[in-house]
Each structure stands twice: as structure tokens, then as C-alpha cells.
Ligand binder design. Sequence first.
Ligand SMILES: [Zn+2]
Length: 342
Amino acid sequence: MTDTNTRSINDIETDIVKINEALFTISELRSSLRSFKQLVQQENKGPTYVNAFGERLNLVKNGVNRLTSEAEGLKGALVYAQVASKHNYDWPTIKDAVENDAAAEERRQAENGAGRSKDPSAHIKKTSDHMLRQLSSVVLERRKPTTTANFITTNIDQWLAHEKPSNVNMSITFDSPEHDTMSGSACCVTIAVEKALRAVLSLNYHKASDTLVVHRYEMKSANEEKNSQQDLLLFQKLNVLADSAFQDMGVMPARESLSSILHWIASYYNLFTEPCFRCNRRLQFDSPHYKFLPPMVRTWVRRKVDYMEPDREMPQAYTTAGMAYHMLCFVGATKVAAKINQ
Ligand SMILES: [Zn+2]
């Protein structure tokens, strides 16, 4: 608990960066929600409605997932803020300012969408019956038995047979078998990598856009009975990293995306043994909250890196999959956006 009382200026600066990112995620989430709401409210549901519905719903889900993991990384900062606030902050003024902002945003939205309900959730509730009727009629008209139902299963089988690294002992089991959805298919799998971890993933295959979305995931210890406090922290952090990884792989075509996800999870087989590629050590002090962590980054091959100058060579950490890094060493090696290092 003493951690919260001794935050350095550096920690506080990092906190502010994280808070800014979380606020940015909230505003993205808000705009995804707005766009979803607009779609639901549309009077004419065109032939692409079902696909658009799935796509925008996924954006909302991704936003919520991202926010959840960002909130996890903010816990330390928030506890500190609470302790500090007893001495320094004028909460009534801060609260007023936030409420004023919210009221201004409400007014702005009301002006933009004159005549619409101010509360999106109330409106969604009100129109949900109508929407469901629309959807079921669309589904009945358009749904014929599809051939997508086995896309994920088939590709997992093929990956296990032909692509799985032979030195890795792992198994993939279906917690819920692959089934048709309105836009493709979905399933839930548990991937167990011996002596390292288990990953539980809910996968959605979207046929029209040929994409695969990991819409829920949890990376956890291979043996939960033997979990120490330090293991819990380690997996907490790994889940934050997984968020960035899955988003990055999600832009690839579905088959490639699935293969990258499986390769990435398999590359954790040496989570507790491999030294860091950069500093060649095992444990590194990460932060007062997480304390000492092993190299937990395993690189995945990136398609493009927006924030690199075009004529610079790609660092090895981007072009070679499965390299082990400490979080801080990875950031140092790649100058990757600070948001991975939470
Ligand atoms: Zn290192």
C-alpha cells in the first residue's frame, strides 16, 4: 500500500499519459456508440444492414474491451489520486467542471440531432423491438444454410497439423463449438500452452469483410491452483499487451489473423525461461505495482508501422515473431507507442 504514497514525478507523468489515452478511448467509444445508434435508427434498412450492424457492434465491443484493460492499468494512479485528494483537490469544483462539460456535450448533441431522444440508451431500448423485427425478417429472407460454419474450426485444425511449431506442447479445445452468426460464425476456445499459460478466446469470423475479431479474451496461468500474487500481476499485464496484439492482428485477412494469433500464443511456451533479447536478463523491475517481471513481450510480425519514417529499416522486433522482451526493453528497442507499456 505504500506504493500509492510514493509516486515519483515520472510515475505521475506516465499516469497522465495513460489517463489521456483512456479519455481518448472513451471518446472513440462514444463515437462508435453514436454511429451504432444512428444505424439502428435508420428508417431504411438496406441489404448491407446485417453486416453493418455486426461491424459497428464489434467496434463498440472492442472499445469496451480496450477501456477495460486501460482501466486496469490506471488502478494505481486512481488509488494515488484518491489518497492525494484528501489533501489537495477541490472536488466540488472538479465535479462542477465535469458536469458542465457533460451538459454542454448533451446540448451539442441535441442541436445536432434535433428531435431525437437525448438519451441514446433510452432510444435504443425504445427502438429495439422494431429493430429485432426488422432483423428477424432480414434474417429469414436472407439466411440460407451457409458454408461458413466451419471456417475457424477448419483453420485451427490445419494450423495444428501443418503450422504449429514442433517444439511447443499445446492443445486447443472448444468451450463452445463453432456456430453460425448473422455475419459469419463464432466460437469460444481454450488454448493451453504447457508450463506457460492458458488463453480463453471468443472468436468471431466475419465473412463479408474476411476478418476475425477476438471479442473477449483472458490470458491466465497454466495452473490456477498454484497462482501466486506475482503471477496474478503478470497475467494482468499480459492481458493489457494482448489487447494491442489482437487489435494489430485483426487488420489482416481472417485466415492470416487466426494463424498469427495462434503463433503468438504458442510463442509464450518459454514465458518463464527465456531471457530478454535486448538486456539478456530474466527479471526486470517494471514498476512499484507490478514489481519484477520476466520478459513478457513476444513479438508478432507487423504488417505496417505507421509511426516509423518510411525510409527507415524495420527493427528486428517487428520483422521477427516470437522474440522475448521486457516491456521496457521492447519500448526501448522499437520506440513503440507508449500505450503498450502499461
Ligand atoms: Zn530486457
